[in-house]
Design a protein around this ligand. Structure first.
Ligand code: ZN
Ligand code: ZN
Length: 347
């Protein structure tokens, strides 16, 4: 028996989001029915709701930063019970048998993972995301939100948290390491908190010093304006890891010059257009230009446990569902500190 639930959807690429209803599938034996409490607004929701990344499925219910409470479980579910605090991130399924899937990297499933929204589930139906009251998700793609993390500040961790935690861990952010974070937005502010909690010395590289006070409060040790050319002279050869959280077309050669020998510039944001790079900027100092995309399910659980242990939630502005379109405009104008979260009770 499917469940009809209220949701906010973009009816088409040009239209504002509006209230509607959607059907959630019957709870299968390995499924969890989640009563969604909070849903974060990720920048990629906005891109996709406007079909900015090409093909998109409408009506679209965005939202892949989901936190809620288990309302029902299928007969074969042992990991979760009614009343558990849980989260769902950017994907809700994958092939589960390819090499990346078996290695806990479901985000890199060779057959393509099933996106939480704007995707097609294994049942052939479009997937709908977290701007809704309930969702049915496979237990294998549901994670536990530990006690000690409020659900509202935990929601953004399901995308912004794992997107920054995974590369920071992979590239060895920790004690004795110099880590720079480019951009202090939704992703960047989590990167600063996580890198600091991992024990690294953290520098924010932002266009201006406008958010310097915030950055230092979030855990940064240093804060530089990249609009000042002196920054690049002063910081040359300084960092083990630079994490770029922005999608602006950066001067990548200039940022590579800030790395130590063997250092890595890791991108979790990407400019829309291809970049041009003089490869000599990689040769001297044997530097690494890398990418990273969210993280696997086990690592997402590890990230939530880490954040709970260190008391790390996102900095949020809680909104009602009727404010979603206004929130999108404010994200466009970089007018958010640092994540909008929808109280889904208002849908
Ligand atoms: Zn996201
Ligand atoms: Zn796979």
């Amino acid at each position: 028996m499917t469940t009809t639930v209220a949701a906010y959807a973009a009816p088409s690429a040009k239209a504002p989001l509006e209230r509607t209803t959607i059907e959630r599938r019957t709870v299968g034996e390995h499924d969890v029915l989640i009563d969604i409490k909070f849903a974060g607004i990720c920048h990629s929701d906005i891109h996709q709701a406007r079909a900015g990344w090409g093909e998109a499925i409408f009506p679209m219910v965005p939202g892949h930063e989901i936190a809620g409470i288990v309302e029902a479980v299928g007969s074969a579910v042992t990991k979760f019970k009614v009343g558990d605090r849980v989260g769902v991130g950017c994907m809700v399924d994958s092939c589960r048998v390819c090499e990346p899937c078996l290695n806990g990297q479901e985000q890199h499933c060779v057959r393509g993972n099933v996106q939480t929204y704007n995707g097609v589930g294994k049942d052939g139906e479009p997937t709908y995301g977290g701007y809704s009251q309930k969702i049915v998700v496979a237990d294998a793609f549901t994670v536990r939100i530990p006690e000690g993390l409020s659900l509202d500040v935990a929601a953004p961790l399901l995308c912004a948290g794992i997107t920054t935690y995974s590369p920071l861990k992979h590239w060895g952010a920790g004690p004795g390491k110099q880590v720079a974070v480019i951009g202090l937005g939704g992703l960047g502010h989590m990167a600063v908190k996580i890198a600091h909690a991992l024990g690294a010395e953290v520098t924010v590289l932002s266009q201006s010093l406008r958010k310097k006070d915030d950055g230092l409060k979030l855990g940064a040790d240093h804060y530089y304006a990249t609009s000042d050319p002196k920054t690049f002279e002063e910081l040359a050869g300084s960092f083990d890891v630079i994490l770029s959280t922005v999608s602006a077309p950066l001067n990548f050669g200039a940022y590579l010059s800030l790395l130590k020998t063997g250092g890595a510039l890791v991108n979790v944001g990407a400019p829309e257009e291809p970049i041009s790079l003089n490869l000599f900027s990689l040769l001297g100092g044997a530097k690494i230009l890398a990418g990273s995309m969210i993280g696997g399910i086990a690592e997402t659980q590890e990230m939530l446990d880490f954040c709970a242990e260190h008391g790390l939630g996102a900095e949020i502005e809680l909104i009602e569902a009727s404010q979603i379109n206004e929130a999108y405009e404010r994200v466009d104008n970089s007018d958010v500190r640092y994540r909008f979260v929808i109280d889904t009770a208002t849908i």
